[in-house]
Design a protein. Structure first.
Length: 330
């Protein structure tokens, strides 16, 4: 029986009948091999996502070491590594590849046209050319998007609500990532509407952070806005420390930044996304084709606020923010 979606809905209901008819059952005694492309090892926020994915697989009857083998690969904050990691998984002849973030999905898609790929958090997969459409993705790739392009404007609105005097925002994003560039453009458009000036600082390799921080050290800005991708998330502690040193509020996309001392984050529940990704994996391993599985988008988003950081910044967090927060770190 298809499990109830955890906070997600299909982009459209098209092809649902075809999907139900194509799903078979696992051959007795067969062990499948799943390859995964993560941004970094489980010591990072990825570990919660990995745990959620594996737990959901177990609920669906797939137990690591019994009927499934997991081949984990980590880019360790170096997106350029994804191509070789994806090629390695293809050489191992895995039955399916799970990808996290846009660079990983691109690498997997470039590495194989036959092995099914389940993507998670790949930005706008249609605009970046990963799939033909949400309802009918086509090819060998499907999964769950993070709808980050559409929510970037909401993040800036929340930041301005928390910081009423907000006029100049320093924005850090991975300029080599097409999905992140779409978010950057969306933020620029929202900034014009809100009367906020954006100071863009694109990074694409570890050394670029020092240059970005040095540039900002010479400038005045009211807040920091970080677009999350494998690179910026791997170096999240440096970004959080920089905001603390400059004593500026910052908006992030992932809860992990706030746990590390960041002020606030707004975005979909990533553990829920990975539990949903397990459903895609299960259907494909039982016979469904990725092309017949509509790509899903999140419908529930979470706001996390760190009051300890707010107090350190001398910032009185508005009650309008606190009452909407899903979690407030004291």
């Amino acid at each position: 029986m298809r499990p109830r979606p955890l906070g997600f809905v299909a982009a459209l209901a098209v092809a649902s009948a075809a999907v139900a008819g194509s799903a078979g059952t696992q051959p007795a005694g067969k062990t499948v091999r799943i390859g995964t492309l993560w941004s970094s090892r489980p010591a990072s926020p990825d570990w919660k996502q990995q745990w959620a994915f594996l737990a959901a697989l177990r609920e669906l009857g797939w137990t690591e070491g019994q009927n499934v083998v997991i081949e984990d690969r980590w880019a360790e904050g170096q997106p350029a590594r994804y191509a070789s990691l994806a090629a390695d998984l293809v050489r191992l002849k895995v039955d399916l590849i799970l990808t996290v973030a846009w660079p990983a999905a691109v690498a997997a898609k470039n590495a194989t046209t036959t092995i099914p790929i389940v993507m998670v958090a790949a930005g706008d997969p249609v605009a970046t050319g990963l799939i033909a459409g949400l309802a009918r993705p086509g090819g060998n790739l499907t999964g769950v998007t993070d709808q980050a392009v559409e929510t970037s404007a909401k993040r800036l609105e929340l930041l301005k609500e928390a910081v009423p005097h907000l006029a100049h925002v320093a924005l850090i994003w991975n300029r080599s990532d097409d999905a992140m560039t779409l978010r950057f453009q969306n933020i620029q458009a929202a900034a014009r509407t809100l009367g906020v000036t954006v100071r863009p600082l694109g990074v694409q390799e570890p050394g670029d952070f020092d240059q970005a921080f040095a540039a900002l050290a010479q400038e005045r800005f009211d807040a920091l806005f970080v677009v999350a991708d494998p690179l910026t998330t791997f170096y999240r502690k440096r970004l959080v420390e920089f905001a603390a040193q400059r004593r500026v509020p910052a908006m992030y996309e992932l809860r992990g930044y706030v746990d590390d001392g960041g002020l606030m984050a707004y975005g979909p529940s990533f553990p829920a996304m990975f539990r949903r990704a397990a459903w895609f994996v299960d259907r494909i391993l039982k016979g469904a084709k990725p092309a017949d599985l509509p790509v899903e988008q999140p419908t529930r988003f979470e706001l996390t606020v760190n009051l300890k950081t707010a107090r350190a910044l001398g910032l009185a967090m508005p009650q309008s923010i606190l009452v909407r927060a899903d979690d407030v770190i004291q």
